[in-house]
Design a protein around this ligand. Sequence first.
Ligand code: ZN
Ligand code: ZN
Length: 334
Amino acid sequence: MKAMRFVSPGAPLVLTEVSLPSPRGHELLIRVQACGVCRTDLHLLDGELPAIPFPVTPGHEIVGTVAALGPEASEFRIGDRVGVPWLAFTCGECLYCRSSRENLCERARFTGYTRDGGYAEQVLADERYCLPLPAEGAAAELAPLLCAGLIGYRAYRLACLGETVGEPRRLGLYGFGAAAHLLAQVARAQGVRVFAFTRPGDTAGQRFARELGAEWAGGSDERPGEWLDAAILFAPVGALVPAALGCVRPGGRVVCAGIHMSDVPAFPYRLLWGERSVSSVANLTRADGREFLSLAARLHLKATVQRFALGDANLALERLRSGALEGAAVLELP
Ligand code: ZN
Ligand code: ZN
């Protein structure tokens, strides 16, 4: 089978013929229908993640059908449609696994990073970390739910819950791409007011945000006319941390949702004063996956996608890097 492989630091992905072993234990062999292109894949290619095990196949928003079962696999049948997210394995024994925080597992493995991912015709995945998906619907439109959607939702919960202010909450989203365009739909359905921040001058991105329910959209160097209750940073730009803190009210929270960010510059303490807080989200738990996928089905979330062939993965990544995409890039297989 063919895969787009990351073979050495700084090099583009290479279309390679790979032979996969038969599935073992709880593994499934999955025929890939579509795989989302995530900003994390760019951080991988840029060497911004530690200990990359070359060569590796990126891709952790995989939609496919089960083609073969390992001897211990029992949760799915041949032909079932499944989703393979970022979290590929956890130890079940560490402090985090024992306290419902398997997203922080000390021995976790990750799809498309420390395990081969879905920029490929086929992938092997442990069924205990796969998510059931509906048989109907375009695979390419389901793929962005598997990371942009569900890790974005983990950030959303952290940003919005825990405190009620008694009136519609105001959420800032910095970087209006794959994750924000899904979360804006969730927020709107839950009565949360959305304020979208794009690269300065990106009027097309601001229009896209307004179409998806943002009541204010502007550059990240602008301020809306009122305080935000919380902000989520999807853009990997450390300078946005003090910018967002400057827009949230006392007691408000800024959540950094990416796996990597440029350095956060020094900023005056008054931006943090007033019990404002900054936190990050890391990875996902399997419970996050199940909760978000059922919410997505209930709310009929609609992913805006731009489709690319497997062999055009480098082009899709460059489009993501340059900000030329509306919504999410997805590799679609015939
Ligand atoms: Zn663990
Ligand atoms: Zn991702």
